[in-house]
Design a binder for this molecule. Sequence first.
Ligand code: DON
Length: 580
Amino acid sequence: MRMQRSLTILCSLCALLASTVAAAPLRPTHAPHAMVTSVHELASGAGVEMLRSGGNAVDAAVATGFALAVVHPQAGNLGGGGFLLLRTANGKIRFIDFREKAPASATENMYLDAQGNVIPESSKDSSVVGYRAIGVPGTVAGLIYAEKQYGKLSIEKVIAPAIKLARDGFPLAYEDTRDLRKDKHLAEFPESKRIFLRDGDYYQPGEIFRQPELARTLERLAKDPDTFYHGALARELAAAIHKGGGLVTAADLAAYEVKEREPIRGSYRGYDIISAPPPSSGGVALIEILNILEGFDLAKLGNRSADSIHLEAEAFRRAFYDRADFLGDPDFAKVPVAQLIDKKYAAAWRDSIDVNHASVSKDLKRPSFDELERVAQSRSTNVAIREPENTTHYSVVDADGNAVSVTTTLNDSFGSRVTAEGLGFLLNDEMDDFTSKPGVPNTYGLIQGPANAIGPGKRPLSAMTPTIILKDGKLFLVLGSPGGPTIITTVANVLIGVVDFSLDIQESVNAPRFHHQWLPDEILVEDRLSPDTMNLLRSKGHKLNVRHFWGDAECIMIDPKNGERLGGSDGRNNGKAVGY
Ligand code: DON
C-alpha cells in the first residue's frame, strides 16, 4: 500500500516535471560561477555535476553531450556528428570537427534511380530514411577526443551521468512523447519501434523511459573508448548496418578521424566573432551577414521594425546566395573563405541593397570580386537539397571562464530512424546533407553547389553555427541553435538583438525570429511578429511565409560588469539553463 502511494507520488512528480520544463523564462538565469544551457534540464545538470566535481567546461560539454544521447533521442546522439568550439580562459581557441563522413563506397549518384530522379523518402534506398542514409558517425570520436585533449576528468566520469540516465530512466516530457508519436518512419524499423514506441504502446508524458541496451553501450565506451571505431563495438555496428543494406563498414569506422580546424574569425561593431569553418557554412555566412549589416545603423531603425528586418533579410539573402555557390568540404573543394568574409566584398554587396524595396533573388548579381568570379565560373549549375528537422545545441561556461559551444545532429529528427541492433542508439541520415541531384529544389528550397557533391570520405556541408563572441577581448557570448539553414539566421538574430538592440540574452533568444535563404524568395517570420510590421514588409515587396516558431537557441552571456553567467535558454523547446 505504502509502496503504491510512493509510486503515485513519484508519477505525479514526474508528470509535474514533464509539464513544467517547457515554460519559457522572460529573464536570464543568473549564476555567479558557471552555466550550462541545453535542450534538457537533465543534460544541463550532467554538465553542472562535472563542473561541481572539479571538471572544466570541456568535461561538462562532454557529459552533457553523452547525456543528450539518452534524454533527447531526436537529436542528441552517439550515431551522428557535430562541431565543438572551445575558447579557453587564457584565450586559446580550438574547433573540433566531428562531422560524419561518406562511406568509402559512396558515389555521386547513389540517391538517383535508373531514370536519374531522386529516390523518394518512401524507398529503402533513400538519403533520408533507412540504412543507406547513414554516414560514418563522428560524435563518439569527437567527444572522446575533446575529453582526452582538453578535459580534466576521466572518460568514465564524464559518461557516468548518461549511463545512469539510460539505465534508471527519466520522465519523458510532453514534447518528447509527441515527437515519438508523430514520427512517420520510426515504426518501420523493428528495433526502433520496440525501443522508442514500445511496439505501438506509445509512451505518455511523465512515464519513465529506460534504455538498457544504450546503458550497456555507454558502459562499454566508458571502459574502452576505442571500441566504437576499432573494437568489438565497431564490428557489431558495421554488421548491423550491413544486415540492413547500409554502406558503412568496419573499415569506414576504423578510418574515421576527428579534425581540428581553424575557426572562422570576424568582427562586428568592435566585437570579435569566432565561428564554425567549412564543412559548415555557418561561420562564413554569419560573418558575411554581419559585415554587410555593419554599414547600417540598425539600432536607430529599432528592434524588429520593418526597416531593420528588411535590411537584415537582404543581408541574409546575399549570404545564402554565396553559400549556394561556394561552400562544401574544404578537404575536397577550394572554398574562398577569405574573399567571402572580406569587409570590402560586404561593402559592395551592401551597395546593392535598396533600403526601401526588396531585391529579387533570381535577379541578384554578385558584385565583381576577382577571386569569387573565377571560382563561380569554374562551377556548374546550382544544386538543391532537402532540409531536415532536428539538431541540438548546448553551451557551457565554467568558473575559470573556459567556454564551449557545441552543435550536434542526427540530421532529421531521430536521424535515419535506424537503431543499431543490440546497441540501443539511433543512426544519422547525414548523407542527405550532400547534394543528391543538381537543380532539384528541396522541400525547403535550399540551394547548394557541386562543391557539396557526394564522394567517398567527404563530409557533407552543414549549417551548424556554434559561435563565441568576445567584447574587448573578453568572453561575452556563447551562441548556437538547431534549425537547418535557419541556424545561421537564428544565431545572427540573437547576436544582433544583444549587440544592436541591447536586449538581454533571454529577451534576444525569445524575440520573434525571421529568416531569408535566397531561395525560396520569401522571408520566413514567426507569427508573433506584429501584423503591422508584416504589412510594412509586404509593402516593401517582400513575400512573407508565417510560421509558428523554429530553432532552439541555447546561449550564455557574461555580464561585463560583474562576470555573472547569464543563461538564455529557449522556450520553443524544453531548454533549460542550469548554473551555480
Ligand atoms: O548540418 C546541418 O546543417 C543539418 N544536418 C542540421 C539539421 C538541423 O539543424 C535540423 N534542425 N532543426
